[in-house]
Design a protein around this ligand. Structure first.
Ligand code: GLG
Length: 772
């Protein structure tokens, strides 16, 4: 800057003490200042939670410094920005992750020690930010960490739900859902930006107006809601790069409501305004099924519209030539949830920026790419045309226009192959005419991304076969990953220290490939001993947690055999439980001499079932019923235990994974697009019991079949097996056995099986063995 601006900047700078300092004394002063002035407690008397709040605010100050610098830097450089749109981010806790990425963890621990607090204890005070369901949402969070660490000029965009994923409470073995009003205790990791807000329109009509001799479409909305930005700084590790996750909250719009106040019904006018906030109030708790609900559609458009306005505003700040838009903007859609961004960008460019349809279309085709996380066609989003037309009338027109051009292109390519045309069309005819969001995404995106190699194969040969034949160059895969910052450094400090010691460097925290260096030491008895010690400490920690959550005492000497993930039929927690019943039955029938050879095992299962997913909820109940029988059987003693960990979330995973010996990833092959849990267990030195599905297929190639327990049918074998099983009597019998267990109490089922016939037990054994 020059002249007046420069003088002002210099004066401002002279008023600063420089960046915040990280020596123990400065940290203590900052923490105590926050106790006194932010938390408003006396610095002479505050508890662990208040200390956590103060520490978080002091860390937040440090994040903000870097975040400002990052913005200033990228504003000056003006590179192409990567915008990542996702309806879900499963961030978990932020304190430990932030201090580690900022490189000030030890300094904070020292400072707190001197104040009489322990860092770990304070970190435990933090709630778990669960703004997402499962793998897809945690992947978004891991990606933000990696983008920051790898110095990308990236932005995340999403929705700031007031209620995160429900809390799971178990009563009498049944799952009950409780709302997660996670903002109750404040959220120090976000910065409210009241001045960054945009009006988002809904409903209404589309009118035609004259413009320069031609016609233009004008959307006259029936409702307007204000989107207010909440920024969440995401620090990279070993870099100053601190990127932004901007989440939108819905607030009533002043623009829209003037009229209703004029009617004299002031109270109702205020109450109606309040309703606007419901758009961002609650996260939908289903991870794989699409329900076609109006609120969900409004959520999707709300966050997409605000984000697109924000991006265009930023672009126009530096340039005003939309031909250059693709040089400055890359827009990555996480699944089809944000795919309304495509017609929205078209609408803004054509209706508001007055670009020609062709110009706008060229831009759209260059900026969008998407990732799909789905394996089955039933999982794909379809929005009923009536619903879309009512909520977003202009977007429906735009989608129809895109589809019209696409159909014309298809006819040129394939001729009048109506079957193919109707399958590829963005519009699905039928009882309920719908918009296929995946088709829309594929038509408009330059890249369609699968999440593992086998997932891409399934997309190419089944789910999007026709599209692959048309545009093979669009289809790619990037096998999912997880960040070692969260899943090793934060969650397993013992192993982290050990690895750095044996590698002689901590550079692996940025570059995972360096872990390969451990191979040279793998046979070293001292390393093995240290490794066992670390595992043991983590198991003791996990046993204490299990005791606290369930009142059950388990021995850290036993093998911990773990399956934690969403409850789904395809993930086969049921198979795991059947295996446990089988094992129980075997032990009960064993001679004493054989029993002595059995390795004591604690089976641990955890996960939430979507509230409307009946079968998944029954599986949870079954797990508890089986556990009750096994755990109370003094004849079995400590040889077998079954624990269900309630309310599984990111923080629980951070505790369970480092303390696991064996983990199960046993989906029916061809059903898990990738799976990321296996990677977290693996990097913590846990063995896998797995089927050849999703990313596991690539893991097998990396670590070798000998280093894991692999079982079950391969992806290409499953359809034939299914066909066979359907025609087979055994399948019917198997279903009968299952239904006996599912419907009754396990005790009754066991009794029934014993009384009715030994055949059932033998059959069950046979089926379980043959599957496993
Ligand atoms: C999906 C899939 C998982 C995948 C994850 C992230 O089911 O297999 O690992 O996304 O790509 N719906 C999901 O959670």
């Amino acid at each position: 800057e020059s002249g007046e601006g420069k003088a002002k900047a210099e004066r401002m700078f002279s008023l600063m003490d420089g960046f915040l300092k990280n020596d123990p004394i400065s940290l203590q002063k900052d923490i105590l200042d926050h106790v006194e002035y932010t938390v408003a407690r006396s610095r002479f008397s505050f508890d662990d939670f208040e200390a956590y709040q103060a520490v978080s605010h002091s860390v937040r100050d440090r994040l903000i410094e870097r975040w400002h610098d990052t913005h200033a830097y990228f504003k000056r450089k003006d590179p192409k920005r990567l915008y990542f749109f996702s309806l879900e981010f499963l961030m978990g806790r932020s304190l430990s992750n932030s201090v580690i990425n900022l490189g000030v963890r030890d300094q904070y621990a020292d400072a707190l020690n001197q104040l009489g607090f322990e860092f770990e204890v304070l970190a435990e005070q933090e709630g778990d930010a669960a703004q997402g369901n499962g793998g897809l949402a945690r992947l978004s969070a891991c990606q933000m960490d990696s983008l920051a660490t790898m110095d990308f000029p990236a932005w995340g965009y999403g929705l700031r739900y007031q209620y995160g994923l429900f809390r799971q409470v178990i009563l009498d073995g049944f799952q009950h859902e409780q709302p997660d009003y996670w903002l109750n205790f404040g959220n120090p990791w976000e910065i409210e930006r009241i001045h960054v807000s945009y009006a988002v329109k809904f409903y209404g009509t589309v009118e035609e107006q004259d413009l320069n001799g031609g016609k233009r479409k004008v959307w006259v909305p029936g409702e307007m809601v204000e989107a207010v930005a909440y920024d969440n700084p995401i620090p990279g590790y070993g870099t100053r790069n601190t990127i932004n996750l901007r989440l939108w909250a819905a607030k009533p719009s002043d623009l829209y409501d003037m009229e209703s106040y004029g009617t004299g019904d002031y109270i109702n006018a205020v109450i109606n305004r309040q309703k606007a906030e419901t758009i961002s109030s609650v996260l939908y708790p289903d991870d794989r099924s699409y329900q076609g609900k109006e609120l969900r559609l409004k959520q999707q458009y709300f966050f997409v519209s605000a984000s697109v306005q924000d991006i265009i505003r930023r672009f126009k700040d530096s340039l005003n030539d939309f031909n250059q838009f693709p040089e400055k903007v890359a827009l990555q859609l996480n699944d089809t949830h944000p795919s309304l961004a495509i017609p929205e960008v078209m609408r803004v460019l054509v209706d508001e920026e007055f670009l020609s349809w062709k110009q706008a279309w060229d831009i759209v085709c260059k900026i969008f790419s998407c990732t799909t996380h789905t394996v089955v066609p039933e999982g794909l989003e379809k929005i009923p045309v009536d619903l879309l037309g009512s909520v977003l009338p202009r977007h429906l027109q735009i989608i129809f226009d895109i589809n019209f051009s696409f159909m014309e292109e298809l006819k040129k390519h394939f001729g009048l192959d109506f079957n193919r045309l109707s399958q590829m069309s963005i519009v699905e005819e039928g009882a309920v005419k719908s918009i296929r969001m995946a088709n829309l995404s594929i038509v408009c995106c330059h890249t369609v991304n699968g999440v593992s190699r086998v997932h891409l194969d399934i997309l190419k040969t089944k789910v999007f076969k026709d599209f692959y034949e048309l545009w093979p160059q669009k289809f790619h895969y990037k096998t999912n990953g997880v960040t070692q910052r969260r899943w090793l450094v934060v969650s397993n400090p013992g192993l982290c220290g050990l690895i750095s010691k044996w590698l002689g460097t901590d550079a692996w925290i940025r570059d995972m490939d360096l872990l390969m260096g451990l191979r040279d030491h793998a046979g070293d008895a001292e390393l093995q001993q240290e490794w066992k010690m670390v595992r043991r400490i983590n198991k003791i920690r996990l046993a204490e947690f299990i005791d606290a959550m369930t009142g059950m005492m388990v021995s850290p000497d036993a093998m911990f055999d773990v399956q934690i993930k969403r409850i789904h039929e395809y993930k086969r927690q049921l198979l795991n439980i059947l295996g446990i019943i089988y094992r129980y039955d075997c032990i009960k029938n064993m001679k004493e001499s054989d029993r002595r050879k059995v390795v004591p095992r604690v089976c641990i299962i955890g996960g939430k079932a979507a509230p409307g997913y009946d079968m998944a909820k029954k599986i949870i109940k079954l797990c508890h019923a089986v556990g009750e029988t096994i755990n109370n059987d003094s004849d079995i003693d400590d040889l077998l235990k079954l624990v269900f960990i309630p309310d599984f979330n990111v923080s629980v995973a951070e505790l369970v994974i480092p303390g696991s010996d064996l983990s199960q990833h046993i989906s029916t092959a061809g059903h898990e697009a990738s799976g990321t849990g296996s990677m977290k267990f693996l990097m913590n030195g846990c063995l896998l019991l797995a089927t050849a599905d999703g990313a596991t297929i690539e893991i097998i190639e990396e670590i070798g079949e000998d280093n894991m327990f692999l079982f079950g049918a391969k992806v290409h074998e499953v359809p034939k097996l299914r066909e066979k099983a359907e025609n087979h009597r055994v399948a019917l019998q198997f279903a009968r056995v299952l239904s006996q267990i599912c419907l009754g109490w396990y005790v009754m089922a066991t009794l029934a099986m014993r009384i009715t016939s030994n055949l059932s037990v033998t059959l069950l054994k046979g089926v379980v063995t043959s599957i496993s």
